[in-house]
Design a protein around this ligand. Sequence first.
Ligand code: VG1
Ligand code: CO
Length: 544
Amino acid sequence: MKIAQIPTQPFAGQRPGTSGLRKKVTVFQQPHYLENFVQALFEVLEDRRGQTLVLGGDGRFHNRVAVQTILRMAAAHGFARVLVGQGGLLSTPAASAVIRKRGAYGGVVLSASHNPGGPDGDFGIKYNIGNGGPAPEKITEAVYARTQQLTSYAIATEVDDIDLGRLGEQRIGDLVVEVIDPVADHAELMQQLFDFDAMRAWFASGKRMCYDAMGAAGGPYAKAVLEGLLGAPAGTVINGEPLEDFGGHHPDPNPAHAQELIAIMSGPDAPDFGAASDGDADRNMILGRDFVVTPSDSLAVLAAHATRVPGYRKGLAGIARSMPTSQAADRVAQMLGIACHETPTGWKFFGNLLDAGQATLCGEESYGTGSNHVREKDGLWAVLFWLNLLASTGQSVEQLVRAHWARFGRNYYSRHDWEGVATDRADALMSSLRSRLPALAGQHFGHLLIEAADDFAYTDPVDGSVSKAQGLRILLAGGSRIVLRLSGTGTEGATLRVYLERYEADPARLDLAPQEALADLIALADQLAGIRSHTGMDAPAVIT
Ligand code: VG1
Ligand code: CO
């Protein structure tokens, strides 16, 4: 092996967003593009020498090429060992589990998550620290700053590719590359948390489920646990083979993109339980028979029933939710007498709360749910939590949710995504509304009263770091909210996310269609922000 110093020049725009650096595959295919980012990362990780790194991705197009490059760069930068998932595969929650279990220094996860894949799709890279969670902004900003100053990168040359199919140790010079089973550590962790006997009995009694892995990384994990350990019949997991282009689908588990599963769950022979996960298997969608559970409600239901599950028998230290996520979990926290923390969007903001023991369960409205078992959201974990509840209560998904609404009231919720907006128009919309926020408090719009309006800022209670401009909030009397923010994961133009929430306690009004229940707020959002006029669009591209 030789180590080459390859001359390079900075690329603009290598700043990680909500969850790592995401760009079109064609951007990553430019010579030196990935190498520059990895060089900047390794330079920032000053005490990396002699350490163990975890490496893997969601299996999308360009994954294998990128894995070989990063292995050669790890060899050139003094790492002692890299644990890489077989086939280059590691779901995001599995990478987190492996980092924690093996005491690794950190991990590199190659994923653009729920974004489409393939040669014309997206690719991404993110770094996770030793607690298994996404690098905090302090690190991602330092990496970005380095990318803007690079003149060369170091990489091992005159070496063979690692055989990613062969389990066990191989070498690049002094670097030991260990190809590991991507599923084993995560599956073992699941068995520590959930009542596998009860879930096995649930399947044995003839209950059925359908898990849509959407042609992405979640398939092997779901098959190993559901069809393997829990004895669910073969075929319980659909689209279970990870494909480089996800079969041409958009691997985003929501009712808009998981239409095959929605059709199965609303069909005449619908199984009892439906679930789906995204590209890197950290998101989850939960369905009952002809019944969709919102992610915000899912978090609240899991929190309310947590002590029924072995891993959470002792109760919860606290709950954390991202700011746009509905306040359903807050009501459960209040009932339990524990804190409900409100953080900016993105899992990295949960890390300190979890490490400090201030939160046990976390959730985001974007189909993300998780706990202190790892430091990422975890699709299969959420599905098993629900399955454990179905098995231990004997109730259906719909019964559990309706009982929850009857007890706590219902937080009607919807997110409207305006995709592909010209960046300058989206910025103009946000800055115009931002400048008018101070004047909104106290104003009436029909029967709606605005109590407060601000640009959400967060001070991390553990390390005191401050994150500003995390979303425009319009808070109305009675607990209703309108939130607007721009996506930090897209790769084309800007995506405006409009989050809408209304609380309803009247037992006679718990069964409305969400878009109707939220109609006043939807109209007010457009009136206040001028969404249609700014974007020139008639309707959001995706409603969840
Ligand atoms: C979106 C979601 C956010 C989530 C992030 C990463 O970010 O809104 O809740 O944490 O994706 O999820 P944004 O900035 O586009 O709104 V994943 O599964 O794409 O890693
Ligand atoms: Co994801």
